[in-house]
Design a protein around this ligand. Structure first.
Ligand SMILES: C[S@@+](CC[C@H](N)C(=O)[O-])C[C@H]1O[C@@H](n2cnc3c(N)ncnc32)[C@H](O)[C@@H]1O
Length: 274
């Protein structure tokens, strides 16, 4: 059985099997973290039965529009039925590998719970990037961490090997596709990889970058990386203190200072490129 057949077969039981009231309750929170604005036009790729749709509709308000794409006909059929009276959402049968939209069509693109299942992740990113407006974000999100997703998929053979790329590979893929300011949160019951379309390309040809542009991307990535580590170190230091391990915590706090200094150096290096 291939993936599409698998998802078609799962469509009738999807909501009941995978969405507990607790998880549904968390969807608004996940969508709120995307900071969508009222009136936004948003693309939801791999939308399934439209589980995220109610939260997206709330976030974009009456003037906003959601376009939702999925390659499994049964999923799309169910989603259309659920929202047949809503003019603000359009469900489209299609693949992420050939998106039927003009460049710069969307304020933001969301890919919730679907990215690990894409055959060619690089191709998917290359399709998602140009349909974003300049300044628009792509959010690859899950209600699980990458490790939890791996364990969750293991149970179903057609998707058993569908995993998220390791952090560095993901950053590299995003950056080389043209996304800027890539950040990744990967923690218990939450994965969000975000990247910005800084400047839309007029055509979909190869991105030509000069050395300075590449240096900026590299420095931006390292700064984001450092910020992320700093947050983790701070949390860990607090945990050590709570456990009464103050001496150990002091060493972690020394590391936090070093990280703050190294971020400062990276920021200076970034500024000096201008
Ligand atoms: C795990 S489900 C998630 C569905 C929904 N976003 C949710 O969270 O309930 C992954 C979805 O991605 C869709 N999908 C997988 N590969 C796709 C592709 N190449 N293009 C479009 N949709 C795809 C599947 O049909 C499936 O509905």
């Amino acid at each position: 059985m291939n993936r599409r057949e698998f998802f078609n077969q799962m469509a009738s039981v999807w909501d009941k099997r995978f969405y507990s009231p607790e998880l549904i309750g968390r969807l608004d929170e996940i969508v709120a973290s995307f900071r969508l604005s009222r009136g936004n036009c948003v693309l939801d790729i791999g939308c399934g039965t439209g589980v995220l749709t109610p939260s997206l509709l709330i976030a974009v308000g009456q003037l906003g529009v959601i376009h939702a794409v999925d390659f499994a006909g049964e999923m799309v059929k169910r989603a259309r039925k659920k929202f047949e009276n809503n003019q603000n959402v359009h469900f489209i049968l299609g693949s992420v590998e050939t998106l039927p939209f003009d460049d710069g069509s969307f304020d933001h693109v969301i890919c919730f719970g679907a990215f690990p299942h894409f055959d060619s992740k690089k191709k998917a990113l290359k399709e998602m990037h140009p349909v974003l407006k300049t300044g628009g974000n792509l959010f690859i999100a899950h209600a699980l961490s990458s490790a939890q997703i791996k364990a969750h998929h293991k149970a179903s053979s057609p998707v058993a090997n569908d995993v998220l790329p390791e952090e560095l590979e993901m950053r590299e893929m995003m950056t080389t596709t043209g996304f800027w300011g890539v950040s990744i949160i990967d923690k218990d019951r939450c994965y969000i990889c975000k990247g910005k379309n800084r400047q839309n390309r007029k055509n979909r040809g190869a991105l030509v970058m000069d050395f300075t542009e590449k240096a900026r991307i590299r420095l931006e990535n390292w700064i984001t990386h450092n910020d992320h580590h700093q947050e983790e170190y701070e949390l860990f230091a607090e945990q050590l203190e709570e456990a009464g391990k103050n001496e150990s915590s002091e060493h972690v706090r020394e590391m936090i200072e070093l990280t703050v200094n190294s971020t400062e150096c990276l920021r200076n290096a970034f500024k000096a490129l201008e």
